[in-house]
Design a protein around this ligand. Sequence first.
Ligand code: BJW
Length: 237
Amino acid sequence: MTFRRIVILTGAGVSAESGMGTFRDKGGIWTRHRLEDVATPEGFARNPDLVHAFYNTRRGALKAAQPNAAHLALARLQRHVEADGGDFMLVTQNVDNLHEKAGSTRVVHMHGELASALCAACGARGYWDKDLTGDSECWSCGAVGALRPDVVWFGEMPYGMDDIYRGLELADLFVSVGTSGEVYPAAGFVNEARLAGAHTIELNLEPSANVRIFSEGRYGPASEVVDAWVSDLIGAG
Ligand code: BJW
């Protein structure tokens, strides 16, 4: 394998076959919920109970969800690259934990995590796998009613941006998996990687909004396309 510094970006499509749902596809989450109501700070301020219910349901669904062949293939690629002395960064927009369940490590969750809560009073972030309500108490400062889902809503700054941009500056390969390319800053990562001289590949069910920017694309369900691409790169096993 010729690539030594790899950055992978994943989106909802990588977890679609694990039952986590995508956002903008037919029947997707934003066709059933108004994003202004459930994925903005203003929506949360207007109706916290609605937002808690939305995320409590998805947090509950996460417990039974299992990684699919795409998550497993990316974990296999990370082990291979790191054993060979290369650098591997997995950035996900997903709030599920399926990459970790598959064996990936140091995953950058740029849009936060379902199994984490954030205290609006003291800024603490920590593991949280129960329902959140308006009566939930912060484990750190004791404030009641200040805990919110630790996810990044529209208008908020995603996590890990300095590390991500540093990774993109050094990358010789950037691969985008299962994302529509509609949401920034993630949708702009391919441009940063190209500027750094990286080879860029899109793996998706169908060409995304950014298709023309990528050097190469492979299309089909992530469980097939990602597994096959990793096998082509490093061999099956
Ligand atoms: C399969 C498959 C299968 C299906 N196999 N593939 C005007 C212009 C430009 C930007 C802006 C603008 N106005 C506002 C903005 C900024 C805004 C933004 O981008 N808005 C756009 C809508 C225009 N962005 C923000 O506000 C972000 N913050 C920000 O910009 O801060 C300032 C900043 C400045 C400078 C540097 C850095 C920052 C925050 C965005 C937060 C997004 N949050 C959400 C919710 C998180 C919590 C939750 O999960 O509820 O994140 S929204 C939702 O979209 C979620 C996702 O992570 C994100 C991306 O969605 P994704 O993953 O791409 O899913 P889909 O459904 O869109 O696509 C799925 C894809 O999979 C499709 O292509 C399918 O074909 C494919 N697929 N099945 C393979 N089996």
